[in-house]
Every structure is written in C-alpha cells, then in structure tokens.
Design a protein. Structure first.
Length: 166
C-alpha cells in the first residue's frame, strides 16, 4: 500500500515537472545589454563596440540569446565593409544585467589595449548599432509513412543464381 502511494506520488511529481519544463521552452522577449568584439588575426586588428541596449532580444529558457550567431554576423559585416578588416572573428557578449556587461567590457578593453602587437580601437555607438533579430522557431517534423522510402530487399547470391538459371 505504501509503495503504491509512493509510486503514484512520484508519477504525479514527474508529470508536474515535465509540464513546467515544457512551458518554459518558448523563448521570450527581454531587454539585453550587449557588446561585440571583432579581431582580424591576419592583420592584428581588434575592434570593440560600445555596450548597447537591445530592447527586443529573444532569450530562451537557459538564459541564452536566441540566434546569437546573427548578431555576430551583423558585427562581422560592419567590420568588413567599414573598417576594412578581412574575415574578422566576431564574438558577442550579453547579459540582462548591465553591471555585469560593463564589467566584462572593461576587462576585455584592458586586456587588448595592453597588447602592443595589436591595433585596438573602439567602434562608437553612432557608427554601429545592433538591431534585434526576429525570432524564427525551429520546426521539426517527423516523416510520414508516405515520405519514408522503402528499400527493396537485398538479393543474395543464391537468389541471383536461381534467377539466372530461369
């Protein structure tokens, strides 16, 4: 009796946790503080943007920026077109806490300004601004029976010989 009650309670708890985690999987719009850093390893150039506020960024359940690669591409395109950098490696730093982002911004600035072999410069906010990316949900569809190809059975040597004799 006690085991049955414990099993039922455990099952209800598992269902509650599963339902709660399923509800959190959808990303939500949130204000995010971000900056970008781009470096061209062949030219020893480094550029860092100012900390910017993006009001309508999408954050997932794990507090990660959705489609952060697209923000990186925005910075890469700007650096290639306006700064003359060739194939810059771009990184985006973000957080919902402004103080944490500013602290990280100063840490990176200090590190790369001190490097004598690197030409470091800041990109003013008047020249480059991140624009919020539109959320595109990932749609995964399971293949239907009609879409799945059925393979013909492989013929063995014995069946090939029988077919050749006929």
């Amino acid at each position: 009796m006690r085991n049955r009650l414990l099993s039922t309670l455990l099952l209800v708890l598992m269902l509650a946790v599963g339902t709660a985690s399923a509800a959190q999987k959808e990303p939500r719009v949130q204000k995010v503080y971000m900056f970008g850093f781009g470096a061209s390893l062949t030219d020893s150039l480094a550029r860092q943007t100012q900390v910017q506020v993006v009001d309508s960024a999408w954050i997932d359940a794990h507090k990660l920026l959705v489609d952060r690669m697209l923000y990186s591409i925005q910075l890469q395109f700007y650096l290639e077109q306006n700064e003359g950098m060739k194939n810059p490696l771009c990184t985006i730093y973000f957080d919902t806490n402004e103080r944490k982002v500013n602290k990280l911004w100063h840490k990176i600035k200090k590190r790369y300004e001190a490097e004598p072999m690197l030409k470091y410069a800041e990109v003013p906010a008047t020249q480059f601004r991140f624009t919020a990316e539109q959320y595109r949900p990932v749609i995964t569809e399971e293949p239907t029976d009609a879409a799945v190809k059925t393979e013909a059975p492989k013929q063995t040597k014995k069946t090939d010989k029988k077919a050749a004799k006929k």
